[in-house]
Write a protein that binds this ligand. Structure first.
Ligand SMILES: Cc1cc2nc3c(=O)[nH]c(=O)nc-3n(C[C@H](O)[C@H](O)[C@H](O)COP(=O)(O)O)c2cc1C
Ligand SMILES: *[C@@H]1O[C@H](CO)[C@@H](O)[C@H](O)[C@H]1NC(C)=O
Ligand SMILES: *[C@@H]1O[C@H](CO)[C@@H](O)[C@H](O)[C@H]1NC(C)=O
Ligand SMILES: *[C@@H]1O[C@H](CO)[C@@H](O)[C@H](O)[C@H]1NC(C)=O
Ligand SMILES: *[C@@H]1O[C@H](CO)[C@@H](O)[C@H](O)[C@H]1NC(C)=O
Ligand SMILES: *[C@@H]1O[C@H](CO)[C@@H](O)[C@H](O)[C@H]1NC(C)=O
Length: 385
């Protein structure tokens, strides 16, 4: 029994124990696979947290740890997961929800996808499977969702574009500007345009190296190290280097959401890097709530994306309810990739299934019209009395 009274009693202390995934019986039912370090059949996977469990039991510890780790004491990592549980839904009943699935299709920067969730950029895809990012691009095509390859992919990142099902499959390319000189940045942007990316995701939340205790312990440090040069003025200048829209990823305050718009961003991406960069930085749900409370027109002025800790259909719904246009998922796809392309597709299918049934049970007949009234935004704050 994982959630014992002792765990609840320890809530008052700073170092309360943390269960990586909720106890839904997975150890009891699939423990045999953990014992012999094999992957269970995909049919036994019931939810996104199951992929975490399977990857942990199956992958070499350093491989898994690189995906799993968060910054320092991992408080932001945990908060990203737990924050969704602190806000109660306000389900409406006896609503016609029979057509909700037909409202899932959405556009992201004008490109059409089957659902408002996508694969966030994560480095080192080959830590989960020898084919690395190639599985993610193929899975994204099968599920008709957006994938954002990371600059620090295991596969040469341009080769990822060769794995598209056709040149019409849309990918947004994530970049760091470790060498911020204008010439090398221009050269990088040219390569990205030539590869066929439709937008540049510029990660702005990592000017320093992530302080990562767990990763350091397993020798699985960050793919992006060192101090990088970033100012809003430079962000504005960068936009003259390319025809592609540049979307800042890692907006964590309402002030920076406003700055991004002022300096020309057509979309913004709320993220604390999966809690891997700055411990106690806010989850994107908290940032979305801050924007909603203090400057809600931002959601109408630009497209707003958000990621971090999304593991269930209801998590997606809570972000959409505040005005977020599309929601990113990182680790679950990296863990699912241990099963190859089929695992990636299964992860997409699970989240689509949950989105459908959670929306129905919430009384949402049209995903496009979901609003903040479906959530009680007064936090129950249950974990931190
Ligand atoms: C293993 C791993 C590698 C990552 N690498 C990058 C990266 O190269 N660039 C980037 O902008 N974000 C990176 N991220 C952050 C993700 O894009 C995303 O913000 C985060 O994973 C979302 O949280 P989640 O994993 O809880 O879904 C990485 C995350 C993980 C887990
Ligand atoms: C590992 O354990 C599972 C579940 O007990 C079993 O089905 C499978 O055959 C085992 N695999 C190996 C290689 O022993
Ligand atoms: C995207 O979807 C919209 C609305 O469903 C449609 O009008 C448009 O033609 C689609 N665009 C493309 C490129 O398929
Ligand atoms: C572990 O990661 C290394 C480096 O990315 C990779 O070569 C290896 O195949 C991975 N192991 C598994 C089981 O995926
Ligand atoms: C490629 O994938 C997209 C998205 O799933 C789909 O709409 C399209 O039909 C596919 N194209 C080919 C050539 O298979
Ligand atoms: C940048 O590129 C331009 C044009 O190719 C060249 O004239 C200039 O010397 C380069 N600057 C640096 C610092 O390399």
């Amino acid at each position: 029994m994982r959630f014992s009274a002792a765990i609840f009693a320890s809530v008052a202390f700073a170092a309360r124990p943390f269960d990586n995934e909720p106890d839904t019986g997975i150890d009891a039912v699939l423990g045999g696979f953990a014992a012999n370090k094999t992957l269970p059949p995909l049919t036994a996977i019931q939810g996104l947290p199951d992929f975490d469990w399977a990857a942990r039991e199956y992958l070499p510890a350093a491989n898994y740890t690189y995906y799993r780790n968060g910054a320092a004491g991992e408080w932001s990592y945990r908060n990203n997961l737990e924050v969704f549980q602190r806000f109660r839904l306000r389900p409406r009943v006896l609503k016609d929800i029979t057509k909700v699935e037909s409202s899932f299709a959405t556009s992201i920067l004008g490109y059409n996808f089957s659902v408002p969730f996508f694969i966030s950029p994560c480095a080192r895809g080959a830590n989960g499977h020898p084919d690395g990012e190639w599985n993610l691009v193929k899975g994204a095509a099968k599920g008709n969702i957006l994938y954002m390859p990371s600059l620090y992919a295991s596969k040469p990142w341009a080769s990822i574009y060769d794995q598209r099902n056709s040149t019409s499959q849309v990918l947004f390319q994530q970049v760091y500007l470790d060498d911020p000189s204008a010439n090398s940045t221009k050269a990088l942007f040219k390569q990205i345009e030539a590869a066929g990316a439709k937008a540049i995701i510029l990660t702005v939340d990592s000017p320093g190296d992530g302080v990562r205790h767990r990763a350091a312990r397993y020798g699985a440090g960050s793919a992006n190290t060192g101090l990088s040069y970033f100012t809003w003025e430079y962000f504005q200048e960068l936009q003259s280097y390319t025809k592609l829209p540049i979307i800042p990823k890692g907006i964590q305050t309402v002030e920076d959401a406003r700055e991004a718009i002022k300096y020309g961003a057509k979309a913004i991406f709320l993220s604390n890097h999966g809690g891997r960069q700055l411990d106690t930085s806010p989850s994107s749900l908290e940032v979305a709530l801050e924007i909603y409370n203090e400057d809600p027109s931002i959601f109408k002025e630009v497209e707003v994306y958000a990621d971090g800790g999304v593991r269930y259909g209801i998590d997606v719904l809570k972000l959409l309810a505040l005005g977020v246009k599309a929601v990113g998922v990182g680790r679950p796809f990296m863990y699912a990739n241990a099963f190859g392309v089929d695992g990636v597709v299964k992860a997409i299918d699970i989240l689509k299934y949950e989105l459908l049934n959670d929306a129905a049970n919430l009384g949402v007949g049209n995903l496009k019209t979901i609003g903040p009234e479906f959530v009680n935004w007064k936090s129950t704050n249950m974990w931190f009395p």
